[in-house]
Design a protein around this ligand. Structure first.
Ligand SMILES: [Cu+2]
Length: 145
């Protein structure tokens, strides 16, 4: 009878392991491209600007030829909120905003990722290298229920 019990237990475990409810839900990946050289327009492009709430992976590439870029994620009160600028430093004042994470110091051609759990709402993605926000490196991400 001992052998019979062992087989039954093994079959039961195999059944649990193959059950679809045990498969993890995979996070959504947003591909982000950072572009622009010093003295010209600079951009942040997302392959999707609206996603459902949950675990989001930002897959970030610096497409520039010679300029370092970065990506900072900020929660906005709403999609119309503008970020506070330090005009003399040509940067967003990071003491007055709440960063949810960043991919810092991406050299030309470099690639990096960050992961965040996002609730419904408006978020801003921006590059805070000196002068880059003013040159156009910011975009809004909408997270829906
Ligand atoms: Cu930049």
């Amino acid at each position: 009878m001992t052998i019979g019990k062992t087989i039954t237990a093994a079959a039961f475990l195999a059944l649990i392991a193959s059950s679809p409810s045990f498969a993890a839900t995979s996070p959504v990946t947003i591909h982000v491209s950072l572009a622009g050289e010093g003295g010209s327009a600079m951009t942040i492009k997302l392959d999707q600007s609206t996603v459902k709430a949950g675990k989001i992976v930002f897959d970030v590439t610096n497409e520039a030829m010679s300029e370092d870029h970065e990506l900072v994620l900020i929660k906005l009160k709403d999609e119309k909120q503008t970020l506070p600028l330090l005009k003399d430093k040509h940067r967003v004042d990071e003491h007055k905003i709440k960063s949810l994470g960043e991919v810092a110091d991406l050299k030309p051609g470099d690639h990096g990722t960050m992961t965040a759990m996002l609730k419904p709402g408006a978020y801003e993605l921006m590059c805070n290298v000196k002068g880059h926000y003013e040159a156009g490196m910011h975009t809004v991400l909408t997270v829906t229920k």
